[in-house]
Design a protein around this ligand. Structure first.
Ligand code: G3D
Length: 198
């Protein structure tokens, strides 16, 4: 049998993870990080979309995308002090924070850490599970996940689950593993709250 015209098409990561979440629920993620950390590249891998089709919110530079029951709001953190008060409008009902770090940009690790600490202090985001992507692992000199954990002092956040996953948004490696851990964590919280109610 001759099969023609078959295209191998990689499934977007959210499609693969769809079974890990309850069908009826929307899973709302805030993806943040310094400019150039790789958010747009990761977004493309996760949602499988051509990023040119993701419409930035006017004036805010916030990109939103919905896919397979996941909703992602993505923006650069750092600078933009005058519009920060408006960010709160996007915090509501956040299920998870994904924080992107350029592990190869050693000059800006402190800045990335400071911004994350400020974010973790936001009242509306208290206790929200946080996945930190140690991105750009394909680059020489990139800090490992363990190094970032230590240098960004990520163990200081006692009020929530924080996990660092090494990845390359460029190749896609590590992205799915990180998201799967986040979903498992969410499921675990769900089971625990069910047990409390019984
Ligand atoms: P941002 O949305 O956080 O600002 P982008 O970041 O996704 O626009 O990425 C910024 C630059 O980093 C892009 O390069 C992008 O290709 C690159 N990049 C993102 N992730 C990775 C990665 O895992 N490895 C490598 N090597 N590069 C990555 P350009 O040259 O287009 O500006």
């Amino acid at each position: 049998i001759l099969v023609t015209g078959v295209q191998t098409c990689a499934l977007p990561i959210f499609s693969l993870l769809r079974n890990l979440k309850k069908d009826s629920e929307e899973f709302r993620i805030l993806m943040l990080g310094l400019d150039n950390s790789g958010k747009t590249t990761a977004l493309k891998q996760l949602a499988g979309e051509d990023v040119s089709h993701i419409t930035p919110t006017q004036g805010f530079n916030i990109k939103s995308v919905q896919h397979s029951g996941f909703k992602l709001n993505v923006w650069d953190i750092g600078g933009q002090k005058h519009i920060r008060p408006y960010w709160k409008n996007y915090y509501a009902n956040t299920d998870a924070i994904v924080y992107m770090v350029d592990s190869a940009d050693v000059q800006r690790i402190d800045e990335a850490a400071d911004e994350l600490t400020a974010l973790m202090g936001e009242e509306g985001l208290a206790g929200v599970p946080t996945l930190v992507y140690a991105n750009k692992q394909d680059l020489l000199g990139a800090k490992t996940a363990a190094e970032l954990m230590q240098e960004m002092d990520l163990v200081q956040f006692k009020d929530r689950w924080v996990h660092v996953e090494a990845c390359s948004a460029k190749t896609g490696e590590g992205l799915e593993q990180g998201m799967a851990k986040l979903m498992e964590q969410k499921a675990e919280i769900g089971r625990a709250s069910c047990r409390e109610r019984v």
